[in-house]
Write a protein that binds this ligand. Structure first.
Ligand SMILES: NC(=O)c1ccc[n+]([C@@H]2O[C@H](COP(=O)([O-])OP(=O)(O)OC[C@H]3O[C@@H](n4cnc5c(N)ncnc54)[C@H](O)[C@@H]3O)[C@@H](O)[C@H]2O)c1
Length: 255
């Protein structure tokens, strides 16, 4: 791992993260663990999640805990957060990372499909906040980071519901930041550009698309999960203690 910043304020913090088995989420699990955090994450990919936990433990980090939860089941999701609180007595940091970026034609999407996308891409983040905020209020504060996307700003084809959900994430971020700043709860969102993960390479990021992207960015080179993790750690740490209600773009200058 590159010699990234170490944040003293993150040591021993309890972090709850959604969708942590692969992609940016897995990188976040690793990077928070490397800060000395106890990470609890959920996902539907059991095998990848268990491998990640074992890998972190073998590297000498506090072993992350995995909860097998489909976030569209809000009862299970909330139960997972309550279990985390019971076990570790606090939740200092919430990272709402889960998403489904499957493409769809706006004119063909059924009502059921629209709702199922919203359940993953917006509802899960709201209900995690709903469960975590009283915990953070009682313990005297916390930091919430919500993963949004620059798709809110650029509006790509066949991603209307994804972009709508991410715009919702930004609105929710602002409203919760204003309401709960008084409790020392900070809420920020991150809008990444096109981040190169296995899934993106397998599904969407063809050589042609990548060339198109590179022609449009100011800083040439791939945006990687670690680049998103660097900003996430900063927003989770006390180094950003006066930053809240912000929507931070990290896209190599695409927008
Ligand atoms: N990769 C990018 O280019 C990019 C760009 C902008 C924003 N983002 C945002 O960053 C975040 C992470 O992106 P990513 O590319 O790593 O996503 P990803 O799709 O690769 O990973 C998401 C994780 O969530 C899990 N997941 C999906 N549905 C679930 C469900 N119902 N219940 C529980 N877990 C579930 C997946 O198994 C996976 O581990 C997302 O919020 C995404 O919208 C990513």
């Amino acid at each position: 791992m590159a010699p990234y910043a170490q944040y003293p304020s993150l040591k021993d913090k309890v972090v709850y993260l959604t969708g942590g088995a692969t992609g940016i989420g897995a990188c976040l699990v690793e990077r928070f663990a490397s800060q000395g955090c106890q990470v609890i994450f959920n996902d539907i990919l059991d095998e990848q999640a268990h491998i990640l936990c074992e890998t972190m433990s073998s590297k000498g980090f506090i072993k992350p805990e995995f909860h097998a939860v489909d976030v569209t089941n809000v009862d299970l999701l909330k139960e997972s957060i309550r279990r985390t609180h019971t076990q570790f007595d606090r939740i200092d940091i919430l990272i709402n990372n889960v998403s489904n970026d499957a493409r769809h034609s706006p004119t063909e999407m059924s009502q059921a499909q629209w709702h199922s996308f919203m359940q993953v891409n917006l509802d899960a983040s709201f209900f995690c906040c709903q469960e975590v905020i009283p915990i953070m209020q009682a313990q005297g504060g916390g930091s919430i980071v919500n993963m949004s996307s620059i798709n809110v700003l650029i509006g790509p084809h066949n991603m209307a519901s994804y972009a709508a959900a991410k715009a919702g994430i930004n609105g929710m971020t602002k409203a919760l930041a204003n309401q709960y700043g008084v409790d020392k709860i900070r809420v920020n969102s991150i809008l990444p550009g096109w981040v190169v993960t296995e899934r993106q390479l397998n599904l969407w990021l063809t050589p042609e698309k990548e060339q198109e992207w590179q022609e449009r960015v100011a800083i040439k080179g791939r945006l990687l999960p670690d680049d998103i993790a660097n900003l996430t750690l900063f927003l989770a740490s006390d180094d950003s203690k006066m930053i809240t209600g912000q929507h931070m773009v990290i896209d190599a200058g695409r927008t």
